[in-house]
Write a protein that binds this ligand. Structure first.
Ligand code: HEC
Length: 186
């Protein structure tokens, strides 16, 4: 190759290289053969030509479990409560900050029925608004219950008490139980 041609092609290459830079940071610049760089995005609730039912937002496949969720297969029966007590284990062991958080959560979700000290005389009951006496959490039964049984009660409910699964995430249930054990059962 002759010298001027070499210099010329080097110049063209340099210009091409510089042209791909851009002072405007909001502009991605030019790319050579973008291939799959830019994917076709659909809004969550927009129509989609890709799926048969025309919806972009598809249901997750059957059996999908959200991250960090532990599936809970126990039903609201005494036998299942006993099983839960045998199978489930509290990941906490009375750590101070866990008990502290458990106390806050108890104050939000349980105190209105079960009372400050767990004797079942919460305001909802003493005010006459809740007709059925909430169980005491200070009984020998509850003291002897494994943590998993209390987890079961919070999750699926017990007798007149409804399930609190929708309000209290599993991790927080263990914290409430830690509080009941460390503070109310002492
Ligand atoms: C709306 C009132 C109410 C709330 C809120 C409530 N409970 Fe209960 N709970 C009850 C009632 C009533 C019973 C007794 C049910 C029965 O005997 O039919 C009960 C029973 C229980 C039992 C079983 C007692 C036994 O003898 O087996 C436990 C454990 C318990 N509750 C824990 C909790 C915890 C922990 C919370 C907070 C996450 C909570 N409850 C929130 C009303 C409530």
């Amino acid at each position: 190759m002759k010298k001027p041609i070499k210099i010329f092609s080097l110049g063209v290459a340099l210009i091409a290289l510089m042209a791909s830079c851009d002072k405007n940071r909001n502009h991605p610049g030019y790319s050579y053969f973008p291939d799959m760089e830019n994917s076709q995005a659909y809004e969550t609730y927009a129509e989609s030509p890709v799926w048969e039912d025309g919806k972009t937002n598809q249901l997750p496949p059957e059996g999908t479990v959200p991250r960090e969720m532990i599936p809970f297969d126990f039903e609201k029966t005494d036998v299942n409560r006993t099983w839960a007590g045998q199978e489930l284990e509290n990941p906490y062991h009375g750590e101070a900050e866990i008990v502290e958080r458990g106390k806050e959560l108890y104050g939000i979700y349980c105190i209105n029925c079960h009372g400050d000290n767990g004797d079942g005389k919460g305001f909802l009951y003493t005010s006459g608004k809740y007709p059925y006496p909430p169980a005491t959490l200070l009984s020998d039964k509850i003291k002897d219950n494994p943590d998993g049984e209390i987890f079961h009660v919070i999750t699926v409910g017990f007798g007149m008490m409804g399930s609190h699964a929708a309000q209290v995430i599993p991790d927080d249930r263990w914290k409430i139980i830690s509080y009941i054990r460390q503070e109310l059962h002492q």
